[in-house]
Write a protein that binds this ligand. Structure first.
Ligand SMILES: NC(=O)c1ccc[n+]([C@@H]2O[C@H](COP(=O)([O-])OP(=O)(O)OC[C@H]3O[C@@H](n4cnc5c(N)ncnc54)[C@H](O)[C@@H]3O)[C@@H](O)[C@H]2O)c1
Length: 320
């Protein structure tokens, strides 16, 4: 077993705290430092005695010899924090969305490439066993031809800092899942949003997407619904494949009315994601989720918002 990599986390709020916990659990890593602007967060006993805590992430990067860093600060801060890691040559995993807009995503891709620094993006659902198994079933042709997909990510609003709307924050997951499930890109979008209900940004999204493979997909994404649903259904020749990410359940509903449960090995997606990140941080091989993936997703996110603003269907540049 090689030496564990020295890992750090910048931004130990809701998501960053999970990164810190998982680094602490993985034999491939040793959590050595965390940074957060909020002193109360740093005082949390969960980081353990040996973990150094910094209010200034720049100081942490200067003082610690880190082999891998997770960035889980609010989305609009990703660009500055990621550029600081790239400048220091530290491999980085940036939470989704990679940055707040397309220009910033491209800037980060170019900076990481110029510096030869490994940068992975935290599209965590790729590591959900439901997505892993569905991808495999689809790739093996077990579902026959796919016709439509319905993606649902709805739930209540949790009070915490929001610096982007629900399209950037949540729909990014579903756009990326569509790309990987069906191994294609989004070609055209038509969307409607509601804004200003709980945040100054978009609070709900209803959209129809056409994929380059010809599949039609619908997106229902909001943080306005009392109950939380995170799932998809895929209409295909063999019936309907239904996936639920939280309980990690995958079922094929057959035309006969019966249904078949697809067995899955349940596991924590973040653990698999961080294992993959640590592996490329060590080997310097290309990451499994790249800046190009994040850029493709951000093109769709921005087109969804623009489509809603203008009331028209919009093509995605470079896909037709
Ligand atoms: N992959 C997922 O499923 C998932 C889930 C939740 C959040 N996220 C992403 O993670 C990021 C953080 O979201 P969150 O919900 O954890 O937010 P959060 O507000 O709970 O946490 C952000 C933390 O960053 C800290 N912070 C703010 N400015 C800082 C600075 N200058 N230096 C250091 N720390 C600073 C805050 O004090 C806070 O503790 C967002 O980009 C979000 O999109 C991803």
């Amino acid at each position: 077993m090689p030496e564990p990599l020295r890992a750090g986390v910048i931004g130990v709020g809701v998501m960053g705290a999970h990164h810190a916990r998982v680094y602490g659990e993985l034999p491939e890593a040793q959590l050595v430092a965390v940074a957060d602007a909020d002193e109360a967060r740093l005082a949390d006993v969960r980081w353990g005695g040996g973990v150094r805590a910094y209010q200034d992430y720049g100081k942490m990067l200067a003082e610690e010899a880190l082999d891998a860093v997770s960035i889980a600060v609010p989305t609009r801060l990703h660009i500055d924090v990621a550029l600081a890691c790239i400048e220091r040559g530290v491999p980085l995993l940036v939470e989704k969305p990679l940055a707040a807009d397309l220009d910033e995503c491209i800037q980060l891709k170019e900076a990481a490439e110029r510096a030869g620094v490994t940068m992975m993006v935290g599209h965590i659902e790729r590591y959900n066993p439901v997505v892993v198994a569905a991808r495999q079933w689809i790739a093996e042709g077990k579902l026959g031809q796919i016709h439509e997909a319905r993606m649902q990510r709805i739930g209540p609003f949790y009070e915490r800092m929001r610096d982007v709307g629900v399209v950037h924050d949540l729909a990014t997951h579903d756009v990326d899942i569509l790309r990987v499930l069906f191994d294609c890109e989004v070609e055209r979008v038509s969307a409607e949003v509601q804004s200003g209900v709980r945040t100054p940004y978009e609070d709900s999204l209803s959209a129809v997407l056409r994929l380059t493979s010809g599949i039609v997909a619908s997106l229902e994404v909001n943080w306005l619904s009392p109950s939380k649903v995170r799932g998809f259904s895929v209409l295909c020749d063999q019936g309907t494949l239904v996936g639920h990410y939280i309980p990690q359940a995958l079922t094929l509903e057959l035309p006969s009315g019966e249904s078949e449960n697809i067995p899955l090995e349940h596991s924590e997606p973040l653990r698999a994601e961080l294992e993959a990140f640590l592996s490329v941080a060590r080997s310097n091989e290309p990451p499994p989720v790249t800046a190009d993936d994040a850029i493709a997703v951000m093109r769709v996110v921005e087109a969804l918002i623009e489509s809603a603003k203008r009331g028209v269907a919009l093509p995605i540049a470079g896909t037709s």
